[in-house]
Design a protein around this ligand. Structure first.
Ligand code: IPE
Ligand code: IPE
Ligand code: MG
Length: 239
């Protein structure tokens, strides 16, 4: 590990946990075994993030587009998600972590939805870290959902079109109330956003890591934070 001190901890880190399938193939394992290993890594990264003072961590666990995968993989991922929630609830609560799921909840199986609601309710007053799990999440779907909610308010004369500002729009996104991510990490070597937080990433620093998610370690996480701290964010101001 590098000896550079971590001086500037990002308030909000978003991660695209990619490469479980390719890692599994490389190890001659099934894709589901790759996802299983990936969920162990997610657990470690949540703990690390909380320990170093990150206030919001948003993990991309399952995209709206991932529903189109082989039904066996989809049901395996849902089962894994259920186990993750069941196994982690105590640990999350003990670590003063608040869970919030962002995504199209209506599409989730009832067993998962009930569990999500229970964990959210139990942890809602926790303060140390907010874990936003993006499940059945797609950013375009989120933006359409917000546009529809705003249009309904306008139709019912509860909102004046002239009053629609960026702040008002944000309040209708699944991420309402959370600050925008300061840092986005994507593993697996792919350099794309894949329909993740399109609105929220407007000024986020992007770090792409050349490792598959199951190989990603707390040290890699720290290195991404060190890369972030050496970036100069300008938000449109002159250099
Ligand atoms: C990320 O790994 C996990 C999910 C998308 C659910 P992938 O399953 O996308 O793994 P690769 O990218 O095919 O290797
Ligand atoms: C993004 O990864 C979604 C998650 C990590 C959950 P994908 O593997 O689905 O994205 P693409 O297909 O490479 O763009
Ligand atoms: Mg992938």
């Amino acid at each position: 590990m590098t000896s550079t001190p971590l001086l500037k901890v990002p308030q909000h880190v978003a991660i695209i946990m990619d490469g479980n399938g390719r890692w599994a193939r490389q190890q001659s394992l099934s894709r589901l075994e790759g996802h299983k290993r990936g969920s162990d890594v997610a657990r470690d990264i949540v703990t690390t993030a909380a320990r170093i003072g990150v206030s919001y961590l948003t993990l991309y666990a399952f995209s709206s587009e991932n529903w189109r995968r082989d039904p066996h993989e989809v049901s395996g991922l849902m089962a894994l998600l259920k186990h993750y929630l069941e196994d982690e609830v105590e640990e999350l609560h003990k670590n003063d972590a608040r869970l919030k799921v962002i995504g199209e909840r209506d599409l989730l199986p009832n067993t998962i939805l009930d569990l999500v609601e229970q964990v959210e309710e139990l942890t809602k007053s926790n303060k140390t870290i907010t874990l936003q799990m993006a499940i059945s999440y797609g950013s375009r779907a989120e933006i359409i959902h917000a546009a529809r909610a705003i249009a309904e308010k306008v139709r019912d004369r509860r909102l004046d079109p002239d009053a629609i500002t960026e702040q008002i729009f944000e309040q209708h996104l699944y991420t309402a109330g959370a600050p925008d991510p300061d840092l986005l990490i994507r593993t697996s070597g792919e350099q794309r956003i894949s329909n993740y937080l399109l609105w929220q990433l407007a000024y986020t620093e992007l770090v792409f890591v050349d490792k598959f998610w199951p190989e990603f370690t707390p040290e890699d996480f720290m290195n991404a934070l060190l890369t972030y701290q050496n970036r100069e964010r300008r938000f449109g101001t002159a250099a």
